[in-house]
Ligand binder design. Sequence first.
Ligand SMILES: Nc1ncnc2c1ncn2[C@@H]1O[C@H](COP(=O)(O)OP(=O)(O)OP(=O)(O)O)[C@@H](O)[C@H]1O
Length: 293
Amino acid sequence: MTAMLEVADLGHTYQAKDGAHTAIADLSFTVGAGELVCVVGPSGCGKSTLLRTISGLIRPSRGEISLHGNQVRGVPDDLAVVFQDYSRSLFPWLTVVKNVEFPLRRSLGRAERRARAVEALEWVGLSKAHRKYPWQLSGGMQQRVAIARALAYRPALLLMDEPFASVDAQTRFELEDLLLKVRTEHDTTVLVVTHDIDESVYLGDRVLVLSTSPASVVADLKVDLPAQRDQITTRESDEFVALRAEVARLLNVGKAAGEVAARRRANEAQAAKWAEAERAEVSRVEAEERATT
Ligand SMILES: Nc1ncnc2c1ncn2[C@@H]1O[C@H](COP(=O)(O)OP(=O)(O)OP(=O)(O)O)[C@@H](O)[C@H]1O
């Protein structure tokens, strides 16, 4: 399988007023064309930072990211992102169809833009909502509009940051199945960040498990479930239950590894402080000796 996305030796350190903070230690992985890969990791481990670096919004401190062979420098043209907070990602003053057309306004003429938007709204089951405004729709429908907008753009890579975390459980299941359907029908390459272990196994061809901050890859797990998934029978299957347990176990391994690494860093920082204090004391004594001789 050709790699659509390649992340190599990625690291990122934020420089803040109260000092440097390393959000990502060392991440390397690839996503093949047409694959759906889920990323799970403990809260605050660096998942959003990872998506921000892939989408070119921040430049990583270390390592390389390539999208179909081209190094990412700035926001790539052929990438779309769906965020958790649909209410802030849609424009309330534009109708549904105009929201979906919006990212295409510079690249396509009016007729083609409209055709793409109408088609994408059909994919997500919103053919009858064109002329409505986002605030007239339920949360799940608004997130469908956000997905339609991303799909209308026909991105090489679709990034999703906790896309279904703000909707109720039933809508979440519907949106998960919608994502699987459009991904199969349109051969889209997708990287999904999620907190939900079950969701990662249900959606993914692979699950990348990250350690606590600073993130590194604890495991890259292949999901060997039949491609055709079903919210009841798949989740009940022995394979699903075993995989879900394995992801949970690996998350704990990652937490423990992260805690050990954090303790080691704290010990190293303490040792460096003591060494510094000792050097200062030696210099002081030497200076006193020089002054008295
Ligand atoms: N702009 C910033 N400046 C300094 N530190 C930051 C900045 N953005 C994030 N961080 C820190 O980097 C670490 C990773 O943050 P990030 O948002 O990437 O994690 P996350 O895994 O997406 O979190 P969550 O699961 O809670 O959404 C956190 O400790 C966070 O406080």
